[in-house]
Design a protein around this ligand. Sequence first.
Ligand SMILES: NC(=O)c1ccc[n+]([C@@H]2O[C@H](COP(=O)([O-])OP(=O)(O)OC[C@H]3O[C@@H](n4cnc5c(N)ncnc54)[C@H](OP(=O)(O)O)[C@@H]3O)[C@@H](O)[C@H]2O)c1
Length: 326
Amino acid sequence: MEYRKLGNSSLDVSVVCLGTWAFGGDRWWGYQDDNDSLEVLEDALARGVNFIDTAPVYGRGHSEEVIGSFIAQGKIREKVILATKLGLRWDGRSIFHDLSRKRMFDEIDASRKRLKTDYFDLYQVHWHDPDTPIGQTAEIMHKFYQDGIIKAIGVSNYSMAQIEEFKKYAPIHSLQPSYSMFDRDIEEEVIPFCIENSIGIITYAPLYSGLLTGKFFLDGAKIPGDINRKMKSRDLEEPCFSINKTTLIKLKKIADKHGKTLAQLALNWNFNQKGVTSAIAGARKLSQLYDNLGSTGWKLDKEDLTMIRDILAERFIEIEKVEEKV
Ligand SMILES: NC(=O)c1ccc[n+]([C@@H]2O[C@H](COP(=O)([O-])OP(=O)(O)OC[C@H]3O[C@@H](n4cnc5c(N)ncnc54)[C@H](OP(=O)(O)O)[C@@H]3O)[C@@H](O)[C@H]2O)c1
């Protein structure tokens, strides 16, 4: 496993971070057996992953609870770089932005209880709350940091302008944006900005919610029906389905050349992009974890990277044509 410094923080994180949204077992990802989640946590750590990402909203506290029970049981708190978030509130039906002062203090306490820890290595603002000034959010995050309850400050889903505003009031050690071979919006401005400002980037949905593994396109895996993932449902419908399938067939040839799977190719490509520190790959069972960890310990060469660039550019043009017609 390779480890990298997260921005200008004091944390050295594994290039594969374990994403645990699916551990929540909520309507986004469907049923998840806690025993599978616990097995994945244990094996991930044994195989060198030291970085775990969660959030209160994942399963309305359940993902944090599962990780908390694992940490307490194994007495392994110091071995884990634990990242969680704040800023979303929920009721029985809906999820709301809430970064009010009271909510921020209540959330950090609730997460500390669920995760059975006094501190978080990385604490991240999940989404900006349009009803709260960024300066107020940043000042409270800074207080948590100065009090030593959190070791690093992160933001997620922030635009460049929002990061710039936040930075006036508090340091930012990392950004968590969505980023994958099929979702490259951050490349033009956000990545260069983060490099220039020593902000680490931890990418979420690097497998594009599982699409980049090829299983829905090449292996006939059942397409999730009522489960609402990060990917656009359009990606699984014609004509995008065929465009994606063709792209994945081409990418698979490059993966095959290295004796790797598509998931391994997608993750390796992701965490080796300039500016990216770590890719947060969600794995809900051991077979997925083992597959994803095969993304480490090898490198794509220049020729591969050029071919990938061209394959993705061709897909982008085709998808744009479809989107123009919608
Ligand atoms: N900050 C944010 O707003 C935000 C948003 C989204 C995610 N995240 C974080 O990022 C993490 C990763 O994102 P993600 O879970 O959306 O997407 P992802 O890593 O792109 O996809 C993960 C899902 O793909 C499937 N999968 C994973 N490895 C596989 C493999 N080797 N072969 C076949 N299928 C595989 C699994 O679902 P199935 O088995 O059900 O197919 C898994 O839950 C989350 O867990 C969370 O920690 C953050």
